[in-house]
Design a protein around this ligand. Structure first.
Ligand code: APR
Length: 237
């Protein structure tokens, strides 16, 4: 008898899944983009104009990540993997909370704040210097190191790979994203037409695309509840 394949849950996460861990989201009234102008801290032009300011912005964000701990949403997704489900996480987040919770299949579309990269070649990744990145910290090719994150206007690495993962979903779970940024948000279009899609977000204003079911709950409430249901049923639908 053919071995039944493990149900495949693809999870697409944004800043909201880390909000209950104390990491700021972007577009809330008290979000990062309320306090900082994108064009001053998160574009290649900002880096050319004032690299020191950009480095200090990411030092502040890195401090938030270091103080944060995985919350019940991150932990529930990792537990599903331990229970034999195939769980692929595609995240817009640059924190490492999915990994710290124990998830093993994590694809970062917008980079990783705990890593550095060459400011000349985006393919050259480096360990973060102790104490963060300073002007004058050079890679082994002699170019200035920068945070290993994707800025507005830059290419999104692994996006094709992420679409291929989404195309194999039995169910797509979308958690804590305003779906405001492309191409990341177009990932939903790559899931199979017959795969259910569920969006978890406490803000009822966030428009779920047609055909997407929604759970108006926080990630820390909604995701563990869904995971308990799937674990009880032994399947995703
Ligand atoms: N649980 C679940 N969702 C939450 C919670 C929570 N506790 N708190 C807030 N949210 C929701 C908000 O309602 C919002 O819909 O999380 C979403 C966060 O949206 P954004 O702040 O726009 O963050 P995100 O969607 O991840 O932004 C995408 O934009 O600025 C760029 O590169 C940045 O990766 C980021 C991208």
């Amino acid at each position: 008898m053919a071995k039944q394949r493990a149900p495949h849950l693809v999870v697409f996460t944004g800043a909201g899944i880390s909000a209950e861990s104390g990491i700021q989201t972007f577009r809330a009234s008290d979000g990062l983009w309320a306090d900082h102008a994108i064009e001053d801290v998160a574009t290649p032009e900002a880096w050319r104009r004032d690299p020191e300011r950009v480095l200090r912005f990411y030092d502040m964000r890195r401090d938030q990540v270091r103080r944060a701990r995985p919350n019940p949403a991150h932990q529930a997704l990792a537990s599903l993997e331990r229970r034999g489900f195939r769980v692929s996480i595609i995240t817009q987040n640059i924190d490492d909370l999915h990994e710290r919770a124990g998830s093993r299949q994590v694809l970062h579309l917008h980079g990783e704040i705990l890593k550095a990269r060459s400011s000349v070649d985006p393919r050259m990744h480096y360990p973060l210097p102790r104490g963060g990145i300073s002007l004058g910290d050079l890679c082994d090719k002699g170019s200035q190191l920068r945070p290993d994150v994707v800025w507005f206007g830059e290419a999104v690495p692994h996006f094709v790979e992420a679409c291929e993962v989404a195309a194999e979903a039995d169910l797509l779970l979308v958690v804590g994203t305003s779906l405001a940024v492309m191409p990341a948000a177009s990932l939903l279009d790559h899931a199979p037409l017959d795969a259910p899609c569920v969006l978890v977000d406490p803000d009822a204003q966030v428009l779920a695309p047609p055909g997407v079911a929604r759970l108006n709950q926080s990630a820390g409430q909604g995701v563990p509840a869904l995971v308990r249901h799937w674990q009880r049923e032994g399947r995703l639908w």
